[in-house]
Design a protein around this ligand. Structure first.
Ligand SMILES: [Zn+2]
Length: 227
């Protein structure tokens, strides 16, 4: 991570430390997510991973408070929400097949310029630290439009991604914030497999509930702490 990003992240942590936490759902002061809002977090819908991904998981359905959580982590750079979501991802990854390396679906150059940091990278590095796996940038993005706001067919085609660094024979986990069609993750998996990766898995904070999908088990039980 560049020094400027590091400084920005440390500054973000300091801001988080001095400003009181507010629930992203209802604004209740003093908690990251209040019990009432956490009870509305729905488990991710059960959807087969888009090929050639071998496996994927997601923490939540992308609706209600989950949308606000992602927005705070992604667009407003609230580090405590990134940390909280990284912990949720680490829990979801307890059921994952073994993997050797964590990487992330890189944001567009445009977004990184605007925000000064790739939140996907911060998320991936935090997750890798929690699960004790090596993290490395394995994907770079070709110049082009961000996925957000593109129509469904453009999203399915995914952004132009290519593999970088030695990935031969490695099982790679790609971390991303939200999967809609999984186009970005599938494009990343194709690039990594073409470069010799042995398998590609994915983990996202949220998954958009698609038509005909069902929720997995009972409503999510929160395990948050306000740290
Ligand atoms: Zn609340």
């Amino acid at each position: 991570m560049a020094k400027r990003d590091h400084v920005r992240n440390v500054f973000g942590d300091l801001l988080d430390a001095v400003s009181p936490a507010r629930c992203p759902g209802c604004g209740h002061l003093g908690v990251l997510v209040c019990d009432t809002c956490a009870a509305t977090l729905a488990p991710a819908p059960v959807v087969a991973p888009p090929p050639p991904l071998a496996w994927w998981t997601a923490c939540f359905a992308y609706q209600g408070v989950a949308r606000e959580l992602v927005a705070r982590a992604k667009y407003r750079a609230e580090r405590r929400f990134l940390t909280l979501l990284a912990r949720e991802l680490a829990v979801a990854l307890e059921r994952a097949p073994p993997f050797d390396r964590v990487t992330w679906a890189p944001a567009s150059a445009q977004r990184i310029r605007a925000q000064g940091v790739d939140h996907g990278e911060v998320l991936a590095r935090t997750v890798a630290g929690l699960v004790g796996t090596r993290v490395a940038p394995c994907l770079v993005r070709a110049p082009g439009a961000a996925q957000t706001g593109r129509d469904a067919s453009a999203r399915r085609a995914g952004p132009g991604l290519r593999a970088v660094g030695p990935v031969s024979g490695v099982v790679i986990l790609v971390v991303d914030d939200v999967a809609t069609t999984g186009g970005t993750l599938a494009a990343g998996a194709r690039a990594l497999l073409q470069a010799g990766a042995s398998e590609v898995l994915a983990a996202t904070i949220a998954l958009t509930p698609g038509p005909g999908t069902r929720s997995r088990g009972p409503a999510y039980t929160p395990g948050y702490s306000d740290r």
